[in-house]
Design a protein around this ligand. Structure first.
Ligand SMILES: [Fe+2]
Length: 323
């Protein structure tokens, strides 16, 4: 009997092309995901610890992914250009028309705008021949800037780190339960003409502890970007319930993939939104708002779509946005 075809997905992982095959980082490792669909040189999969997520039809390319780690060798994203190309192809298979590369600018990954711009140019050059994708796709420059790095960055460098080269900054709050100076830092950035998008507040302990702080930041002009995987439990039940509570409180402006790798942190957003019952907001969250951000326009009003009520065990359910 012949050995089944294998497909290299990323991070040295190989999977058998066959629905139900496990995805592992090495042969003896536990399964991280299961192949759910395979055709040509693309496979779809879902993580072993979450429900399957169906990608949208491949001919619908409307998503502008504002937060992803697609550049090779600059942070905890892909290690090689080949892995980056596979990630772009997978993002496109999940509906992406445009990606904003947002490598970490943090104390761990000390990236500068020159490094990021060069890597974006090289990746776009490799994509230009169309050999890896089914349609043209743009990768724009950006960064995910840790709050603690803001004071060290001069104004010109901050401008160069904006999403798509604009004034909008993707700000990563700390993982800790306290974030001294977060309000003053955001106020200062806004006074200097920046729009601030808070990266994955649903995964931040400080906002779990103090949701009104997040509400106050939004009331003062900050936008929020939820990670798609949070909506389907990839970061656990607490994060999922808090993410749903933020939707109920009308504190979510964008959903992005924050993808890092094909296996562990995969591309995708629309499938996750649909699975969470939020498909009616998908276009607004993943296209209209990102376009407004990249074009420095006002954020369009959120469509009047009913947001599903989160489970009764959601401890944030009683917290509501105050008028
Ligand atoms: Fe990120």
């Amino acid at each position: 009997m012949s050995r089944p075809a294998r497909f290299r997905v990323a991070w040295r992982a190989e999977v058998d092309i066959g629905v139900g095959s496990p995805v592992r980082e090495r042969d003896s490792a536990p399964a991280l995901a299961t192949v759910t669909r395979a055709s040509g040189d693309l496979v779809a999969w879902h993580r072993a610890d979450s429900l399957p997520v169906s990608p949208p039809p491949r001919n619908v390319l409307r998503v502008i992914d504002l937060h992803c780690h697609v550049l090779p060798g600059v942070d905890d994203g892909p290690g090689t250009i080949e892995e980056s190309l596979a990630l772009v192809a997978a993002a496109q298979a999940n509906g992406a028309e445009r990606l904003v590369a947002t490598p970490h600018v943090s104390s761990q990954f000390y990236n500068e705008s020159t490094t990021i711009t060069r890597a974006v140019t090289e990746l776009n050059a490799r994509l230009a021949d169309g050999a890896h994708t089914t349609a043209a796709i743009d990768v724009l420059s950006g960064a995910e800037i840790a709050l603690a790095r803001i004071p060290e960055l001069d104004p010109d460098e901050l401008l160069r780190l904006g999403l798509g080269g604009g004034e909008c900054l993707l700000l990563e709050p700390p993982a800790s339960v306290f974030a001294p100076g977060i309000e003053a830092t955001i106020d200062d950035l806004q006074a200097r003409g920046h729009r601030v998008v808070l990266a994955h507040p649903e995964r931040c302990a400080i906002f779990h502890r103090d949701p009104p702080l997040l509400q106050a930041l939004v009331d003062d002009g900050a936008l929020t970007s939820i990670t798609a995987g949070s909506l389907v439990g990839r970061f656990g039940g607490v994060v999922r319930r808090f993410a749903l509570a933020l939707f109920e409180a009308d504190l979510v402006h964008n959903v992005a993939s924050d993808f890092h790798s094909i296996v562990r942190r995969p591309p995708g957003a629309v499938g996750e939104l649909e699975q969470a019952g939020l498909g009616g907001l998908a276009d607004w969250l993943t296209r209209e708002v990102p376009l407004a951000i990249l074009e420095s326009r006002e954020i369009p009003p959120r469509p009047a779509v009913t947001v599903p009520i989160s489970p009764t065990k959601n401890r944030w359910r009683k917290w509501r946005r105050q008028p």
